[in-house]
Ligand binder design. Structure first.
Ligand code: CA
Length: 267
């Protein structure tokens, strides 16, 4: 499992690019490609405030790979500007910035909006500060941390936020609607009961309709791991989903040798 630290990032980013055969996974050089933002438009925006370029690059890569739109600020000043401009759904905030005290910056942002914040801390004393804070940070991670852990915490917080009154967003593809906050699926007017992993898998498809999602990526997004040879788990769940979603005009199509995509007549 890769960890984020100041020293190891370049190596980890390099090794990520070597993961075999998964051609939809972002390569490091593509992390900033403008086309990617267009492909995932409509998903949550996240501002990453981090002055360490290698940590910022790795965190950005993982979050973009998870389908989020990511903007990066290397300073407190840039963070304030981006916060106003982007109105993010969540902020990842390194507390050790060159031009701002992280806690002060957090309080400033919180005074403007209730946007969830995950703090990144480098030192034990920061961790104690954050843990002892009543300031209302939603979560924190101490460096070095596993970027996958960050992604899963971001997801959890955004799900919680979506469950708040007025915060929910129902995903609609064709006559299929998926309500992540209520955990409900409708085909037209018909409610469909799904198991937890089937629901998460369908949610992953509905967040990126029309896009090919590889089995490895789905394994990682839904099950939290990617081991070669385990991809049959995905196939089994896709089959179950297809059976349960009979009558939906959105279909999960097989893309031979690659993975699956959700298509609807309107796409
Ligand atoms: Ca820092």
């Amino acid at each position: 499992m890769p960890n984020v630290s100041s020293s190891g990032c370049a190596r980890i980013v390099a090794s990520l690019s070597g993961i075999g055969g998964d051609d939809t996974r972002l390569q490091p050089g593509e992390a900033d490609a403008p086309t990617y933002a267009r492909r995932v438009s409509g998903t949550a925006r996240i501002v990453v405030v981090e002055d360490d370029a290698s940590v910022a690059q790795l965190v950005t890569l993982y979050l973009r790979n998870a389908g989020y739109i990511v903007e990066h600020a290397a300073t407190g000043q840039r963070a304030r500007a981006l916060f106003d401009e982007v109105k993010p759904a969540l902020v990842v905030l390194d507390l050790g910035l060159p031009d701002a005290d992280g806690i002060d910056l957090f309080n400033e942002l919180r005074a403007q909006a209730d946007t969830p914040v995950i703090a990144l801390t480098a030192r034990a004393e920061d961790t104690q500060t954050v843990a002892g804070l009543d300031a209302g940070m939603d979560d924190y991670l101490t460096k070095p941390f596993n970027p996958r852990e960050l992604v899963s915490r971001v997801r959890a917080i955004l799900r919680r936020a979506a469950g708040m009154p007025g915060g929910g967003r129902v995903l609609r593809v064709g006559n299929l609607s998926v309500d992540p906050a209520r955990h409900e699926v409708l085909v037209g007017e018909r409610a469909v009961a799904l198991r937890a992993k089937e629901f998460e898998l369908l949610e992953a498809f509905c967040r990126q309709p029309g896009m090919v999602l590889t089995r490895d990526r789905l394994l990682e997004d839904v099950w939290g791991f990617a081991y070669p040879g385990e991809t049959r788990t995905v196939d089994v769940h896709v089959k179950q989903l297809r059976d349960k979603l009979a009558g939906a005009d959105a279909k999960i199509e097989t893309v031979w040798g690659v993975g699956y995509k959700l298509v609807a007549p309107s796409l």
